[in-house]
Design a protein around this ligand. Structure first.
Ligand SMILES: Nc1ncnc2c1ncn2[C@@H]1O[C@H](COP(=O)(O)OP(=O)(O)O)[C@@H](O)[C@H]1O
Ligand SMILES: [Mg+2]
Length: 326
């Protein structure tokens, strides 16, 4: 079977509005996210490409400082956003302080509690969950034809997915217990205390969080709405890692839409008078391109050449997008 081009894939599955590129660091996820956003925007679709990577580089690739500024227009139909996780964490802290002040009728947070709030905010998990929360906001809010997730390297993306299911299970358990208790309360027909009001508020908040988490994680595993592509390069370790990662993602029910090979040295170099070093690289590449063909068969949807320079700025993004979708 002949592989289907990336452009055809997008044509064939117009309902896949959530686009993700996965793979190890440095393989080209951010580059492909930007190139796909560019292509779709040129097709007249309204696109948001957003970064869930704390070391985001959308600002670099678009040559525009967008960090923490919300969706920023890059060109007609193309918007980019870099999530400021720290800002979100500071908002959480403020919310917690306010809740404590209200609940206990204090006018100042005691020092021990303040230091606890500070320590909790420094946890890496806090940053992850701040990003997660912001992503939920973005997808729940809507307003775009396409959402392109500029993902973190594999391990983190998995963490992100597993967190959604852990959260979900945890909240499911708590809400279940709480509902049972509410039923017991009714049987006992106890007099209503103020505490019940608080606990109902907590239950409602948990149900609200659960609904948000379900909505965003169900997107990630929805074959109808989501396209997930793996980026790889013609090298042994990358091929092996990609196979392992694909297995893992399958376990999380992430629907795989195919693979894209990046950094392919132009074949026309071969006919030219080139140094020994480059010959070796081309031979190695030929070998691994064959391996890729055998292993991934018709699941490869594009071969993207190694460009003459790194990909930053709209001109280079356009060039790369033309080879990716051409
Ligand atoms: N086909 C390519 N040709 C030339 N440079 C590329 C190509 N693909 C990626 N790059 C460069 O490689 C670097 C890493 O790419 P990036 O998209 O940031 O990777 P990731 O997001 O997967 O970590 C960037 O400097 C990018 O410009
Ligand atoms: Mg990146």
């Amino acid at each position: 079977m002949v592989p289907i081009s990336l452009a055809k894939i997008f044509e064939q599955y117009p309902d896949r509005h959530y686009i993700m590129f996965g793979g190890k660091g440095g393989l080209g996820k951010t580059t492909f996210s930007a190139a796909a956003a560019y292509y779709l925007a040129k097709q007249g679709k309204k696109v948001l490409v957003f970064s869930v990577d704390p070391q985001a580089s959308l600002s670099d690739i678009f040559k525009k400082d967008i960090f923490g500024k919300g969706p920023t227009e890059i060109m007609p139909n193309l918007y980019a956003q870099e999530i400021d996780a720290d800002h979100r964490v500071r908002e959480y802290q403020q919310e917690i302080r306010q809740k404590i002040l209200d609940m206990y009728g204090m006018d100042k947070i005691p020092e021990e509690i303040e230091s606890y709030i500070q320590a909790a905010a420094a946890e890496p998990a806090m940053e992850e969950s701040a990003i997660f929360d912001e992503v939920v906001d973005i997808v729940v809010k809507g307003g775009y034809d396409y959402y392109i997730y500029d993902l973190v390297p594999l391990g983190h993306a998995l963490y992100y997915l597993s967190m959604a299911s852990v959260y979900d299970a945890w909240i499911g358990k708590i809400t279940g217990l709480r509902q049972q208790m509410r039923e017991y309360d009714q049987v006992a027909a106890t007099i209503r205390r103020d505490k019940d009001l608080d606990e109902d508020a907590i239950l409602n908040e948990l149900l609200y969080i659960k609904d948000r988490i379900n909505r965003s994680s169900s997107i990630l595993t929805d074959k109808q709405k989501t396209a997930f592509f793996f980026v790889l390069t013609p090298e042994e370790m990358i091929i092996n890692d990609t196979l392992k990662a694909a297995d893992l993602f399958a376990k999380f029910d992430v629907p795989l839409s195919g693979y894209i090979v990046n950094r392919v040295l132009p074949a026309e170099l071969k006919g030219q008078n080139i140094p020994e070093y480059l010959k070796h690289r081309l031979d190695m590449q030929d070998h691994y391109l064959k391996v890729i063909d055998e292993v991934f068969k018709d699941q490869i949807h594009a071969w993207v050449p190694e460009m003459e320079r790194d990909v930053t700025g709209l001109e280079m993004i356009e060039k790369l997008s033309n080879t990716m979708f051409g």
